[in-house]
Design a protein around this ligand. Structure first.
Ligand SMILES: Cc1cc2nc3c(=O)[nH]c(=O)nc-3n(C[C@H](O)[C@H](O)[C@H](O)COP(=O)(O)O)c2cc1C
Length: 222
């Protein structure tokens, strides 16, 4: 079992959010998972220009590191998203990456995976950012098992207090991959999302034959 964390702090290895995400991964590793982390700020990610070329075949015209990151996401059984709070939102690095996932969202390419999110802040916005990160995971088709948002009040060492809770979240993620995780509210959200994106898949069925066939196979298009 593979669990991949992706975080959007530009502070990379000095990041408090990375530390929190790493605690989640350590809990998952103790429960038997192979884990890895991606520091988005170390990668070349060109912003989406809405050229819509990806509609044709799912391939972006930009030659950068996003396809490799998406491949690693596809290989993972579970995903952990993390971001510090910047002006009560995710970081620009994280948002530019998310915009590049629009095609993966439309075709629900991460359906069947589990996930969770973490955020750190000085004071404000961590609960909202965790909710947003989990919302994006749901958009991707991922079922979330929880999240942790913390306010350090400027004392980044405070993150250490959350190690037990973060490790428990990592174990919960592993349990979800092994045994499944039932959440009727999220199931309804994911089903609503598929009903919404179905139109895109049907309109482009002659361009995106493999994707269309997968939707039929999954019973999402009858
Ligand atoms: C550009 C910028 C914007 C920030 N915006 C907020 C904010 O809106 N509210 C807040 O309480 N803290 C804010 N912070 C503080 C960070 O959220 C906080 O230090 C966080 O733990 C940093 O995480 P990191 O070490 O993973 O980068 C901001 C920091 C920066 C650099």
């Amino acid at each position: 079992m593979r669990i991949l964390a992706i975080h959007g702090s530009p502070r990379t290895i000095r990041s408090t959010t990375r530390r929190l995400a790493n605690f989640v991964l350590e809990g998952a590793a103790d429960a038997g998972a192979a884990t890895e982390i991606i520091d988005l700020a170390d990668y070349r990610i060109i912003p989406c220009t809405a050229c819509e070329a990806c509609i044709l075949n799912g391939i972006c015209v930009n030659d950068d590191d996003v396809p490799a990151i998406i491949s690693r996401m596809k290989e993972a059984d579970a995903l952990v998203f993390g971001s510090p709070v910047y002006i009560d939102n995710i970081t620009g690095q994280m948002k530019i990456f998310f915009d590049r996932l629009a095609d993966a969202i439309h075709y629900q390419q991460f359906s069947g995976k589990y996930g969770c999110s973490v955020a750190t802040t000085a004071e404000s916005g961590s609960a909202e950012v965790v909710a947003y990160l989990n919302h994006v995971l749901n958009y991707l088709g991922v079922v979330c098992v929880g999240g942790i948002g913390i306010a350090t009040e400027g004392q980044s060492a405070k993150v250490e207090e959350y190690e037990p809770a973060a490790r428990a979240l990592g174990k919960k993620l592993v349990d979800a991959v092994r045994e499944g995780y039932i959440d009727p509210a999220q199931d309804a959200t994911l089903s609503d999302n598929r009903a919404y994106f179905k139109n895109i898949v049907e309109v482009n069925k002659d361009l995106r034959i493999a994707d269309y066939d997968r939707w039929v196979r999954m019973g999402w298009i009858k």
